[in-house]
Design a protein around this ligand. Structure first.
Ligand code: G3H
Ligand code: ZN
Length: 284
């Protein structure tokens, strides 16, 4: 089937109380690993491209690969821009065929963030593309986006409600204690804050920086209203560990398929586990 919009998937997740995984793609192997996991688990799935992925693989290649994968798939697939930086980039993605865009204006003052998101919402909604925004600042590093611990700002529930009402965004990424990249200690989520945000905010909530968050905390976050969960780092770690072990086992191997095949399998296993954890397995 063709790519579906992000809101279609999140509305179904909201109705039935589970979260859809949004997994970062960088190349053909990661993309096919994720879609194959979704098929295996009968799960809806969101593919997403970060700033680094766009630089590495190119917008058009990512969109074309995702369109082919979705057309061949028997489960619904959406394609999202992850941490979009500008109005221009959001428009380029929509034109290339993305069915969801995140506009990350969290580095901007509230007014400017809201103005940027509203502008993208107006155009995106006209063509059936959904928009995710971020309020507060999620810590850590993902590709070009880096937020030091001292710059982290947790999302204020009342400001979040105002922001969603003012902008008309379809989903909201919240800062409640997660961070991008590899955690040094165990992350501690602010569940009270998450519950308060969910009480006041009408649209589905998004959890970024979910790699390395303990399973129990993920389940609680889903119970409290998180409907989209982003995973990048754990896929990269699985990829790197597999490539290292293949080359360590046989230093003479030179066929990319012998190196990348097992890596694709390792990435698929990570994604399948997450789909079961998020409750999206068996929903498609
Ligand atoms: O936007 C992408 C995710 O927030 C990635 O988070 O580094 O914990 O996998 P992660
Ligand atoms: Zn993120």
């Amino acid at each position: 089937m063709p790519l579906v919009s992000g809101s279609t998937l999140l509305a179904a997740a909201d109705k039935d109380g589970y979260a859809v995984g949004a997994f970062n793609v960088n190349n053909l192997e990661s993309l096919t690993a994720i879609v194959s996991a979704a098929e295996g688990e009968r799960s809806p799935v969101i593919l997403q491209a970060s700033q680094g992925a766009i630089k590495y693989a190119g917008l058009e290649y990512i969109a074309a690969m995702a369109q082919v994968a979705a057309a061949r798939a028997t489960v619904p697939v959406a394609l999202n821009l992850d941490h979009g930086t500008s109005f221009t980039q959001a428009m380029q993605c929509i034109r290339a065929g993305f069915t969801a865009v995140m506009v990350d204006g969290s580095r901007l003052p509230y007014r400017e963030n809201a103005a940027l998101v509203s502008r993208v919402v107006e155009v995106a909604h006209a063509v059936g593309v959904s928009v995710e925004a971020e309020l507060g600042r999620i810590g850590g590093t993902e590709d070009d986006v880096s937020v030091a611990e001292r710059e982290e700002v947790f999302t204020d529930p009342e400001a979040a409600a105002r922001f969603v009402a003012e902008t008309g965004c379809d989903a909201l990424a919240v800062a409640v204690g997660t961070a991008h990249g590899v955690y040094r200690g165990e992350p501690k989520l602010d569940f009270e804050r998450l519950a308060a945000i969910d009480r006041l905010v009408a649209v589905p909530l998004v959890l970024h920086g979910a790699s390395g968050v303990p399973d129990g905390a993920i389940r609680e976050a889903v119970r409290l209203g998180v409907r989209k969960i982003n995973i990048d780092t754990e896929i990269r770690l699985a990829f790197a560990a597999s490539v290292r072990s293949t080359l360590a086992a046989d230093g003479s191997v030179y066929d990319p398929r012998e190196i990348l095949g097992p890596a694709r399998q390792s990435m698929e296993e990570v994604v399948r586990e997450k789909m079961r954890l998020f409750g999206s397995a068996g929903r498609a």
